[in-house]
Design a protein around this ligand. Structure first.
Ligand code: PGA
Length: 260
């Protein structure tokens, strides 16, 4: 069994006021306090990062942002990686909602990955095929193209040193209540690991955490954690409630402990 520490990250998307985010973070801290062996990351909206940071201080919960631009400057509405450095450890990059709704491309995602790494942030790089691409059987080509493009010019040691993770999130599974099947997610994630082995060598590839994301909840987390290549989950909707998210983390920890 792998020695990679699973990572369960909650992507709160564009939900929760600052006060609601504080309450959710405090609840999660309590819910996961006694659960070992899983890294828990909360990714609230930008405006709640500072408040959530204070509430999770001293706990095992880590903090992530949901995106970052490349640099400071005249970029109204954007957040630069230097503003996040020192505030949080992780940053989600290349989420399909950013790609689809806000027009982010492989090229700008690569620039964001490099900028974030350069400032000491750990990317959670999201990749995944659309429904149409899935129906055409193009999953592997699409996902490998996205991974290659996002990591273009990225040094493997730097990626590993920062503990960067990858989240395989098929677009058709996000927010639809229709998750990917565990073995199918395992196959794509194994393919990503093979690609990383080609880029950075097998040892480095064996150390990178690759999560599954898309309609994960407490009822189906087991199906993913049972897969040898899957190192946790990026959770959207089900991360917005303390009980549900807490039980995802608990089940993930139990399954990994049983497998280990
Ligand atoms: P979902 O979202 O769990 O609500 O499907 C996952 C994500 O977008 O990261």
């Amino acid at each position: 069994m792998s020695t990679r520490t699973p990572i369960i990250a909650g992507n709160w998307k564009c939900y929760k006021t600052v006060d609601e985010a504080i309450a959710l973070a405090e609840g999660v801290v309590r819910a996961v306090a006694e659960i070992p062996g899983v890294e828990v990351v909360l990714c609230p909206p930008f405006v709640a990062l500072t408040a959530v940071r204070q509430r999770i201080a001293g706990s095992r919960v880590r903090l992530g942002a949901q995106n970052a631009y490349l640099e400071e400057g005249a970029f109204t509405g954007e957040i630069a990686p230097r503003m996040l450095a020192g505030l949080c450890e992780y940053v989600i990059l290349g989420h399909s909602e950013r790609r689809r709704i806000f027009g982010e491309s492989d090229v700008t995602i690569n620039a964001r990955v490099r900028a974030a790494l350069g400032l000491g942030l750990s990317p959670i790089l999201c990749v995944g095929e659309s429904l149409e691409q899935n129906e055409r059987g193009d999953m592997e080509a699409v996902v490998s193209g996205q991974v290659r493009a996002a990591l273009e010019g990225v040094n493997g040691q730097q990626w590993l040193g920062m503990g960067g993770a990858i989240a395989y999130e098929p677009v058709w599974a996000i927010g639809t209540g229709r998750p990917c099947h565990g073995p199918a997610a395992n196959a794509i994630i194994g393919m990503i690991r093979g690609l990383l082995a080609g880029l950075y060598g097998p040892e480095a590839a064996g150390a990178v955490r690759i999560q599954y994301g898309g309609s994960v909840n407490a009822g189906n987390i087991a199906e993913f954690m049972e897969q040898p290549e899957v190192d946790g989950a990026l959770v959207g909707g089900a991360s917005l409630q303390v009980e549900e998210f807490g039980s995802i983390v608990r089940k993930a920890a139990e399954l990994r402990a049983a497998a280990g």
